[in-house]
Design a protein around this ligand. Structure first.
Ligand code: CTP
Length: 399
């Protein structure tokens, strides 16, 4: 925890008093903490208590002082290694989910380049309202880490879920987060993600249904364990959030190949997760192809370069290469063939036969086949957890 830079953001809730205990635990363990309070949170816990405990000024307003200086939320957001929003009220969660930027906490949240944890605190009925559930889920899809509420007696006198996690539990989660982080510090990793689009003419292309979610989850996981990540992304509509991710957007298989090969040498880990087109049109028509009178159209295709195979061929002893195989039949035999032919260290196999796995889902079920002959099978899980498993196994192998 020593020297870790943490923003503790407190929104209006009775549980705000617990944030003072959390702050004390963090500072005691050597973290540098800056506190942000929403304007109404000041009714629940005083800036004086928090500035004394944090040994830093407390931020609450866009205007910092009477000279009219402003609080630079962008600086705050890029300064931190981690932003912890505890307590996160229903109102703040809703603003985070929808980008309603009417206070410093949200402005900092929207500018933050670091991972974000949030610990909800509210009354039972607010907590179980579909609106809150949707907002909490939405934040998780942004990659924000939920420290879930506990069941217990609530300030209203009701009993149920909505009570903020205890400061010790939040502290433990933060401590663990940084411990896990350490393992890839100083390592570089390159990840490919998403589909590629191969142009036919100015308005048409050959593509596939890859969403990019798996590759992005792997990039986020590698970055959150300390690696510097180059993410070569095909055309997808996803945001990456971690500040250690340098994203390169590409469209075609050829552009993806060039981007990977230009950067491969400096990387210790390569995870080739993209669904790269195997074939591309030989000629791209300059103008839109018009309908012909006959009843067919033939587009001649040529093979694309196999990026995984190429990096498998040129990899040095310090480099670890992971490929993916999405199979519909003879899954394991086909994946083992790819492992060998592409000289990968792992192949991550996912089958189109498994319900809930593959391109369009938020979940996946994988088997890792290693070049050592080892085979690891996993259950169906959210892609974020699958990414955790894959990266953990890469780390185990690097050891
Ligand atoms: N891959 C790649 N470059 C390509 C094609 C595939 O890097 N031009 C990588 C994918 O990112 C993935 C693995 O290779 O890691 C998938 O292997 P591949 O044999 O290409 O799978 P398929 O395209 O599904 O092949 P096939 O159609 O023969 O099953």
């Amino acid at each position: 925890m020593k020297n870790k830079k943490i923003i503790l953001a407190i929104s209006a809730s009775i549980a705000a008093y617990k944030a003072a205990f959390l702050l004390r635990l963090l500072v005691k363990e050597g973290a540098e903490v800056k506190v942000i309070l929403t304007p109404t949170a000041k009714e629940f816990v005083t800036p004086l208590t928090l500035s004394t405990l944090s040994k830093n000024p407390v931020f609450s307003d866009f205007v910092l002082n009477q000279n009219g200086e402003w609080t630079n939320h962008v600086d705050l957001g890029t300064w931190a290694d981690l932003m912890v929003i505890a307590p996160a009220s229903a109102n703040t969660i809703s603003k985070m989910a929808n980008g309603i930027c009417d206070n410093l906490l949200i402005a900092t949240y929207l500018s933050a380049k670091c991972p974000v944890m949030f610990a909800p605190a509210m009354d039972l009925d607010m907590y179980i309202h579909p609106s809150t559930s949707i907002n909490i889920n939405k934040l998780q899809t942004f990659g924000n880490i939920l420290i879930d509420s506990k069941e217990g007696e609530l300030a209203s006198g009701l009993y149920g879920k909505g009570r903020m996690a205890e400061p010790e539990e939040i502290f433990y989660k933060i401590e663990n987060f940084f411990k896990i982080n350490q393992s890839l510090l100083g390592k570089n990793a390159i990840v490919t993600a998403g589909p590629t689009f191969e142009n036919i003419d100015p308005v048409r292309f050959i593509g596939n249904f890859s969403s990019g979610k798996m590759g992005f989850a792997i990039a986020e996981e590698l970055a959150s364990r300390g690696a510097n990540v180059t993410l070569v992304a095909g055309p997808v509509d996803i945001k990456n959030t971690h500040k250690n991710i340098n994203r390169i957007n590409v469209r075609s298989a050829e552009q993806m190949f060039d981007a990977v090969i230009n950067h491969f040498e400096e990387n210790d880990i390569a995870v080739m997760c993209a669904a790269v087109a195997d074939y591309t049109p030989i000629n791209v028509a300059e103008n839109k192809i018009k309908k012909q009178n006959d009843d067919g159209l033939i587009i001649e295709l040529k093979k694309t370069k196999d990026i995984l195979k190429h990096v498998g061929l040129i990899k040095k002893s310090y480099q670890f290469v992971v490929g993916f195989a999405l199979e519909t039949n003879d899954e394991e035999a086909n994946a083992l063939k790819k492992l060998k032919e592409k000289n990968a260290d792992f192949i991550v196999l996912n089958s189109m036969q498994t319900e809930g796995a593959g391109f369009k889902h938020d979940t996946n079920k994988i088997t890792i086949l290693k070049n050592t002959g080892e085979k690891l099978e996993y259950n169906l899980k959210p892609k974020k957890e699958v990414a955790f498993d894959i990266v953990s196994e890469i780390i185990n192998s690097l050891k």
